[in-house]
Design a protein around this ligand. Structure first.
Ligand code: MRU
Length: 348
């Protein structure tokens, strides 16, 4: 069993694990509407590409449910506004807009339904988005077993587990699937500066699951590779361009460069909802820039000091040629990625 990051209760209340409190405290908080949801997404109380997609879908349902006795104009206007605000809350993970589009499609497919019926349809769609992600994660885990070596020493980055998705995770899902098969494995967890998703969340998740793991600082992975202590690199994705370039947590690119130098297989794992065929290549993908304080806080600088020059992009691009493949719920996409992505995704 894993920790569910997002829960819609039987009474239709939305609850999430506040991930900013981990590993100190596992606490669910209530999301009452748009304001709470946007705050939770922006402050990374909920994070991870698939999880914020699921969160956006449930938020739109909650808003519809809260407004079902209001006038049609107000109901539709507020839902439209909420969709735009949610989409703008984090720019890189495409799963967010993908999920919002699915909800918008239900609204536009049902122009004559009354508000309470639309709210019910949105509930159904949000639950489906959640359960499809759960299934995708499970299948990614199973599909990924093919590339896990017998004695696996894996380095992973950021958090791609149950906290980041609607299921048991993507890259971490593969690790959970391997552990279920009793494959001997050890996971090196990159700390993931500046916000420590590896140290706070992945290290916590793996220890909860009883999977052997070691926490390392981001700068250590290359030297472990040089000492032959790593035989697989696995990370997730926030958006994948048509040519196979992968946007993921800042530092993923470093791992891929080091893995290639040491001739270690390097894979990204993601559901098909993370592919964006409107992006020809990585440089088309919008990269979120976050507040300087996220770095300055680590070193106890005074908050809000605008005189200091800080660069804090949340994601980087791993060029397709540095990846051995991309593991999806539909199968493993191998090189050449540009050709095989469209074959696998369009032909299923
Ligand atoms: O800023 P975050 O914590 O939302 O970044 C998350 C990542 O980069 C994950 O690797 C990615 O979203 C995949 S989660 C399955």
């Amino acid at each position: 069993m894993y920790t569910e990051s997002i829960v819609l209760t039987e009474k239709n209340k939305l609850k999430i694990v506040d991930q900013t409190l981990l590993p100190g405290q596992l606490k669910y908080i209530k999301i009452n509407g748009l304001e709470d949801s946007i705050e939770a997404i922006k402050k990374l109380k909920i994070r991870g590409a698939p999880a914020i997609g699921v969160m956006a879908a449930y938020t739109l349902y909650i808003i519809a449910n809260n407004l079902k006795s209001f006038s049609r104009n107000r109901f539709f206007e507020e839902l439209k506004f909420a969709g735009i605000e949610l989409k703008n809350s984090r720019p890189t993970a495409v799963n967010l807009e993908w999920a919002i589009e699915r909800i918008n499609q239900v609204i536009s497919d049902n122009p004559n339904k009354i508000q309470s019926d639309i709210a019910k349809l949105l509930r159904k769609e949000a639950l489906e988005i959640h359960s499809e992600d759960r299934d995708s994660c499970h299948q990614i885990g199973i599909n990924g077993l093919e590339i896990v070596p017998e004695k696996a020493n894996i380095v992973t980055h950021c958090n791609t587990g149950s906290l980041a998705t609607g299921g048991w995770g993507t890259a971490l899902g593969i690790i959970y699937a391997a552990a279920e098969k009793n494959i001997s494995l050890h996971v090196y967890v990159n700390e993931t500066r500046p916000l420590g998703q590896g140290a706070r969340l992945t290290f916590w998740e793996l220890n909860q699951a009883g999977i052997p793991c070691t926490l390392i600082a981001d700068s250590m992975a290359a030297s472990l590779m040089a000492e032959s202590k790593i035989n697989l690199v696995l990370f997730g994705a926030d958006r994948i361009a048509k040519n196979g370039d992968v946007a993921n947590k800042i530092g993923s690119y470093n791992l891929a460069v080091a893995a290639n130098y040491h001739k270690i297989p390097c894979y990204s794992a993601a559901p098909v909802s993370t592919f964006d065929f409107d992006m020809n290549c990585g440089s088309d993908i919008p990269i979120e820039k976050r507040e300087p304080d996220e770095i300055l806080d680590i070193y106890n600088y005074k908050k809000g000091n605008s005189d200091l020059d800080v660069y804090n992009p949340a994601f980087d691009i791993t060029p397709a040629e540095l990846l051995s493949g991309i593991i999806t719920e539909k199968g493993i996409i191998k090189q050449p990625l540009k050709i095989n992505i469209s074959k696998l995704i369009n032909h299923n």
